[in-house]
Ligand binder design. Structure first.
Ligand code: 5GP
Length: 194
């Protein structure tokens, strides 16, 4: 997605070897017009796939997931990282190791929101080693729902996530695919929606 790649070049900041900071438009301040365009792009790819739920993980997946769900006209569910006292329903839970925080947290979705009749699209802001998406896949499988595909805003293709998700037989749709950080510059591979 050219608009997204241009924005990454303008506002993305490389941190260390393998982290991209995009807090100008995605992970802290959110550009709703860009999110709207991202939601439309995922809709174009998945509109005929019979999706009934869009699932993401809090917090930065929520914005692109919500615009995607709005276009598909289905609910968006975000897996929660901390249990709170209002979560007294039966829960589907799994463990997810966070690439950016370097900690493992328990994430959960209430059983009432995901059932065996659901066809699910996973959406997330970043794909690194696939832990977040694989955790969501685990929750979907626990619910005996059908995982249809994974939509990623920014994939770092030099990490292992894509291969691991393709091995699970999932359709991958990454709107920007970063092949390398080279001499302080961002190199792109061909995006899945190109
Ligand atoms: P994974 O679970 O695929 O290893 O990593 C994806 C998750 O880690 C995303 O949900 C995102 O929150 C975070 N993440 C991974 N790489 C980056 C990065 O380069 N920049 C930012 N801002 N978040 C990242």
């Amino acid at each position: 997605m050219k608009l997204l790649e241009d924005r990454i070049i303008t506002d993305g900041k490389i941190l260390g070897q393998d982290i991209l900071k995009v807090d100008q438009f995605l992970t802290h301040q959110v550009d709703y017009q860009l999110m709207k365009a991202i939601g439309e792009r995922f809709y174009d790819v998945y509109k005929s796939s019979g999706i009934t739920k869009v699932v993401t993980i809090e917090a930065s997946g929520i914005a692109p997931a919500l615009y995607t769900a709005a276009n598909l006209n289905v609910p968006m569910i975000f897996a929660k990282k901390a249990k709170n006292i209002t979560m007294n329903d039966e829960l589907l839970t799994t463990e997810v190791f966070s690439f950016t925080k370097q900690i493992t947290s328990t994430v959960s979705i209430s059983k009432q929101f995901l059932t065996k009749n659901d066809r699910v699209l996973i959406i997330d802001d970043f794909l690194a080693n696939g832990q977040a998406a694989l955790g969501l896949l685990d929750l979907i499988e626990q619910a005996q729902a059908t995982p249809v595909g994974v939509g990623i805003v920014i994939e770092k293709s030099f990490q292992t996530g894509r291969t691991r998700l393709l091995e699970k037989g999932l359709k991958m749709t990454s709107l920007a695919r970063i092949s390398a950080f080279e001499d302080g510059k961002i190199k792109f591979a061909t995006a899945d929606d190109a």
